[in-house]
Design a protein around this ligand. Structure first.
Ligand code: SAH
Length: 371
């Protein structure tokens, strides 16, 4: 069971979207019901779209009354909905505490990918990411994570199906482990969204201990934000590297790749002009990626206000990709989508009441820089 369930007597307000199948089964058992009520409820909510307990006709009247009195079904509320010229949708969602998060839908010819946030802001301080500048407020609840999928699918309608989910929105998903795992369980749950494990991807900046835990409890696709091939540079771009350096990170990736034959880890590498895009960097990357069954995704850097980096030229990115491909590493360049509505990678900012006060620190730094 991933989420702790309060004793029935103390239950006042349970958002049923906070519980995955195991959590719901435990919840019903505590009420003296059979665990299979969990799958019945999942079907009502996620397959039938029924939120009114009175319509859940295979539940006894007393169970329905109990659910009405003690439970609810709620997702973050849409405050802005935008559609870019390339068909990308972005939603700004308001959480109950007044913060805002962002979710993005990226349609492609034969699939539709939803990019989901895991935290309000981010506690990590990757220097090339605009979410980082927002600072951090809190972890999202399971209901707020799965609620993004639920709400987006409802808005998109039946002809635009979410076929893939990537945990690549705001936040570091592995620092919100339990809630993210429960939400991913619901994405893969046959009675909820039924996505295959290859179609649910978690992206991490490299929280090594949590990567091992993930390998043990939840079999989803793994993406790692690498961005540099030396500890010296990665310490600057992805500061969590100081805690979990490359050697440890790659070892955790190797462990994850053992989960199944022919399984690969996807590495993300943002292309920063003059920073990590030289031939020497490409050679370092080849050497590093040869040690893990891997794929590489090069991400053109998306600038944002006050960013100190620039994107590598098209030519450089092409040459970099060719070097990697020629060395036998399957390499793709991520298409930048949804730029006209600030929905591209690293541009998701929401509205964060920063508790880490990082935005203040950054402002001070800027001021010092100018002075
Ligand atoms: N914290 C997790 C999940 C965020 S995923 C992680 O780091 O993996 C968001 C992806 O977009 C990451 O690979 C991140 O490094 C990348 N990214 C962040 N800022 C970017 C920017 N300005 N341009 C392009 N990619 C960026």
């Amino acid at each position: 069971m991933l989420n702790s369930v309060p004793e029935p007597a103390k239950i006042k307000n349970v958002n049923l979207l906070d519980l995955d199948r195991n959590g719901l089964a435990a919840f019903f058992v505590e009420l003296g019901e059979k665990p299979f009520r969990a799958t019945q409820l999942l079907k009502w909510i996620y397959q039938e779209g029924v939120e009114d307990f009175d319509l859940m006709t295979n539940f006894s009247k007393s169970l329905r009354t109990y659910l009405k009195e003690h439970c609810f079904i709620a997702t973050p509320e849409i405050v802005v909905e935008q559609v870019a010229s390339d068909g990308v949708h972005k939603w700004v969602l308001q959480t109950h505490c007044g913060n805002r998060i962002e979710t993005v839908f990226i349609p492609e010819e034969n699939r539709g990918t939803l990019c989901v946030s895991s935290q309000v802001g981010c506690a990590l301080a990757c220097t090339f990411c605009s979410t980082a500048q927002q600072g951090f407020n809190r972890n999202l609840a399971t209901s707020e994570i799965i609620g993004q999928v639920y709400t987006a699918q409802k808005r998109l309608g039946a002809d635009k199906k979410i076929t893939n989910v990537v945990m690549m929105g705001m936040g570091e998903p592995l620092l919100n482990f339990d809630n993210v795992v429960a939400a991913m369980n619901l994405m893969m749950e046959d009675f909820a969204f039924g996505l295959s494990k290859r179609r649910v991807t978690i992206s991490t900046s490299g929280v090594v201990p949590a990567m091992y835990r993930l390998t043990e409890v939840c079999d989803v696709s793994l993406a790692v934000s690498l961005h540099a091939v030396t500890d010296e540079l990665r310490d600057v771009l992805v500061p969590i590297n100081k805690k979990y350096p490359l050697k440890e990170l790659m070892e955790a990736c190797r462990e994850n790749a053992k989960l199944a034959p022919r399984r690969t880890v996807t590495f993300e590498y943002v292309m920063l002009k003059g920073i990590n895009d030289s031939v020497q960097d490409a050679q370092g990357l080849i050497a590093l990626l040869k040690t893990v069954p891997s794929k590489l995704n090069l991400i053109p850097f998306n600038p944002f206000p006050n960013s100190i980096y620039a994107c590598s030229s098209k030519n450089t990115i092409h040459q970099f990709k060719t070097l990697l491909n020629d060395a036998g590493i399957v390499t793709t360049v991520r298409k930048t989508r949804g730029e006209d509505i600030d929905a591209a990678c690293g541009q998701l900012v929401g509205q964060v009441q920063d508790k880490s006060r990082r935005h203040l620190k950054l402002k001070t730094l800027d001021a010092e820089h100018v002075a």
